[in-house]
Design a binder for this molecule. Structure first.
Ligand code: RNT
Ligand code: ZN
Length: 415
């Protein structure tokens, strides 16, 4: 018996089918964010990140052009595993001759055609999309969709509307729905004089965006709440309560970013709470260290709990996306480590004897439930993971050697 066969027998003793788990793992799509490669700068004119978020670090090799970002992404994807999608921001438009002439409120599907070509060439499952409501001169006093300045507010509404059309195009190109996630930075550094009116304006703006006809089977619109941003510590217009009620009353989706809550609130607990009311829920998987710092996703307990809830709730109901940006280490490695950790955590979740554990819970058999949960923690997951890499032809655990070579041959030459 080889190591996988031995592991398979160990899991089988608990009623867990490792072959079935590996098959399922290969079917769960993960949307990989394009913005880890260039520190969230984009191609449409920004040279710094604005809107309460920040990348820290100065590691050499940031992608500075669309060509560099695509090359890096292609290389990073070759070291990842499983079914993957690309998560794009509007600021990554290919404007070509429209550069300097067409602003974000008039971006069109054709500005994203090179991304479609790229994603198809490297065999991705589809593209998800995000309007970019930050790092742009049309933000006024830090506000976009909630701005009291009508011209500013209307500009950003038109941006959202343009993005709905682009999302619809992306869905059509792959024959799969496109998640369009709305996150805005709007908020205040200090004690607000009015907490309600900005929210009423945001509500109106979102209604205006969603009033353009779009095919709801193609575009899944989502809203991402947040508790605070850097320099916007006292108030966030798009709070959790605001967006959950908005999504519920408008029939759209909530996106949960696990860096966007107080440290003792857990997204693993929010997923099933929302699934009690919504058909689906979207995620931004990240790792906040003391704040929404967007560190690389590591294989930690909360990630495992999140993945257990994804698997238990029905993986097709949870749209998984990654959202982190570390500029202090090799950016390709950051991409790959985070994506592989998510896959490992999904595998861990798929290898739990979930039905047995549920029955124990229902029967009030909490002693045995604890014993089994703890016993499961030391089973040979690594051997099942290695089998997955072999079966899917994914890069082995020595993938970093190639990243080191890429750093020397490509990244270090970017000066
Ligand atoms: C910011 C949000 C948002 C962004 C990306 C770039 O706090 O998490 O999702 O990180 O859209
Ligand atoms: Zn996010």
């Amino acid at each position: 018996m080889n190591r996988y066969e031995q592991a398979k027998a160990r899991f089988a003793a608990y009623g867990v089918d490792t072959d079935a788990a590996l098959k399922k793992l290969g079917e769960i799509p993960v949307s990989v964010h394009c913005w880890q490669g260039d520190d969230v700068i984009g191609f449409d004119g920004a040279n710094s990140l604005e809107g309460g978020i920040q990348t820290t670090g100065n590691y050499p090799g940031r992608a500075r052009t669309p060509e560099e970002l695509m090359a890096d992404l292609k290389f990073a994807f070759s070291k990842m595993t499983g079914k993957k999608r690309l998560n794009l921001h509007a600021s990554y438009a290919f404007l070509g001759a429209d550069k300097g002439k067409v602003d974000r409120d008039a971006y069109r599907p054709e500005h994203f055609a090179p991304w479609v070509k790229f994603a198809k060439e490297i065999g991705l499952d589809g593209i998800d999309f995000n309007p970019t409501f930050f790092s742009h001169p049309k933000m006024k006093n830090g506000l976009t969709l909630s701005s009291p300045d009508e011209e500013t507010r209307r500009f950003w509404v038109r941006h959202g509307q343009a993005c709905l059309k682009i999302s619809e195009y992306l869905a059509e190109q792959f024959g799969k729905p496109c998640l369009m996630n709305i996150w805005i930075p709007d908020g205040f550094k200090d004690v607000p004089a009015d907490r309600l009116t900005p929210r009423l304006r945001l509500k109106q703006s979102l209604d205006e965006i969603l009033s353009v006809p779009y095919d709801k089977t193609k575009v899944i619109a989502a809203v991402e709440s947040k508790v605070f941003g850097i320099g916007l510590e006292s108030y966030t217009v798009g709070s959790n309560e605001f967006y959950q009620n908005y999504a519920a009353t408008r029939g759209i989706c909530c996106l949960l970013d696990n860096g966007h809550y107080h440290p003792l609130e857990y997204v693993s607990d929010k997923i099933p709470s929302l699934l009690a009311f919504y058909d689906r829920v979207a995620l931004h998987v990240t790792r906040g260290v003391r704040w929404d710092s967007d560190h690389v996703v590591l294989l930690e307990d909360e990630l495992k709990e999140i993945c257990k809830e994804i698997v238990r709730g029905g993986a097709e109901k949870v749209m998984i996306g990654l959202d982190y940006f570390d500029a202090s280490i090799n950016r390709i490695s950051a991409w790959v480590v985070g994506e592989r950790n998510l896959q490992k955590a999904l595998l861990f979740a798929l290898l739990q004897p979930s039905e047995t554990l549920k029955t124990m819970q229902d029967e009030g058999n909490f002693t045995e439930q604890m014993v089994l949960q703890e016993e499961m923690k030391t089973l040979p997951y690594g051997d099942v993971w290695e089998e997955y890499l072999v079966k899917t032809g994914a890069a082995g655990s020595d993938w970093f050697e190639d990243v080191r070579a890429y750093e020397q041959n490509v990244l270090q030459k970017r000066k």
